[in-house]
Design a protein around this ligand. Sequence first.
Ligand SMILES: NC(=O)c1ccc[n+]([C@@H]2O[C@H](COP(=O)([O-])OP(=O)(O)OC[C@H]3O[C@@H](n4cnc5c(N)ncnc54)[C@H](O)[C@@H]3O)[C@@H](O)[C@H]2O)c1
Length: 380
Amino acid sequence: MADNNMSVSTAIAGKKAVYKGRKLRIAIIGCGGIAQAHMAAFKNIDNAEVVAGCDIVQDRLDLMNEKWGIPKEALFRDGTQKPWRAMFKAMKGKIDAVDVCTPNGVHAPAVIDACNAGLHAMTEKPMAMTVKECKDMVAAAKKNKVKLSVGFQRRYQHNSENLAKMRAEGFFGDVMLVKVRACRRRGIPNWGVFGQKDKQGGGPLIDIGVHIIESAMAFLGNPKPVYASAGCWTFLGNKPSTVMSMWPGWDHKTYTVEDFACGQIRFDNGTIMQIEASFADHQKEHDVEDWWAYGTKAGCQWSTSEIYTDQNNMMVNMQPVFMPDSGWDYIFTKKLQNWVDGCLKGTPLGASGEIGLNVQKILCGLYDSAKAGHEVKIAD
Ligand SMILES: NC(=O)c1ccc[n+]([C@@H]2O[C@H](COP(=O)([O-])OP(=O)(O)OC[C@H]3O[C@@H](n4cnc5c(N)ncnc54)[C@H](O)[C@@H]3O)[C@@H](O)[C@H]2O)c1
């Protein structure tokens, strides 16, 4: 009987059948900040359960036990930089997959070891630090017939999916240019190792630029990048913070990444992508994460789904009046559900290892060009 304050349909919709099918048994590698968002999202996924974890810091493992109820005997730290090896040994036959949430430099070794142990893998973004690492990860997954996915969530937003579908159906005509911006005026992370090039592979371009580049690549249908031209500058992060900002007091002494990167990619189909990414610069806005596309039939802005085109002899701007929520919980659940279903049912992966590899070619092409001081050809 429905509650007096509830409509019958709401009461029915609220009743969720108890899932009794097979669950993917997952171990988390790296139980820090983003792992907490993954843990919350896995709670929304019926056919997944997190059963183990490892880290190099004991506090992080204690949190996994206290907050998420993972048994202490399924949490591993062995004094090495590869605690997953002890976990794989002890949990053999009890885990099916790993979810890698470590700093970027650990993604490749953890994923490759997992694949070679016959485990499916999800790795947080960026896929790794170099193109070679990404190729080795894709090869390891293929050799061991396991699924590999990369933690890009922007592609699962309603606006991303709708605009990508419209482009694929020809609404925008040929897309000539996509302008991509992931720019913070002053937003250098004051935690983790985000300022250390040897551990991360780069700064804002690889850390936040990667999200918006991948979302634009999903819109474009993942074309092949062939030339890169870019510049990178460090002028604030390597000095103490002196102005008021959201994350003051970053570790400027270990800061070796760029503050600001800008550049251009030429794709094999003629499309150009212009990119700007910053942890710190002198722009008007506080924080921008967006892209704009210019097609021969129409253009658009990603964040607003605003569309610019001609109709009945008029230039018109159009915008959806309703867009369902694409918040953090929704997109993290969708990205992890996509991977879990891929592992259990063989359904297509959204951000597969191959997609991650193509995005890495863009990132590394831009860094290579900035280092060389001229345009570079992106190798296959
Ligand atoms: N998808 C997103 O929107 C998003 C957001 C934030 C971070 N990330 C990505 O997630 C990853 C982690 O970022 P974070 O913010 O959680 O950082 P973090 O520093 O909060 O957490 C990283 C964790 O990994 C552990 N770790 C380090 N080396 C390890 C090793 N060798 N073996 C096992 N554990 C190890 C650390 O002790 C820490 O607990 C990065 O690749 C980052 O780019 C993604």
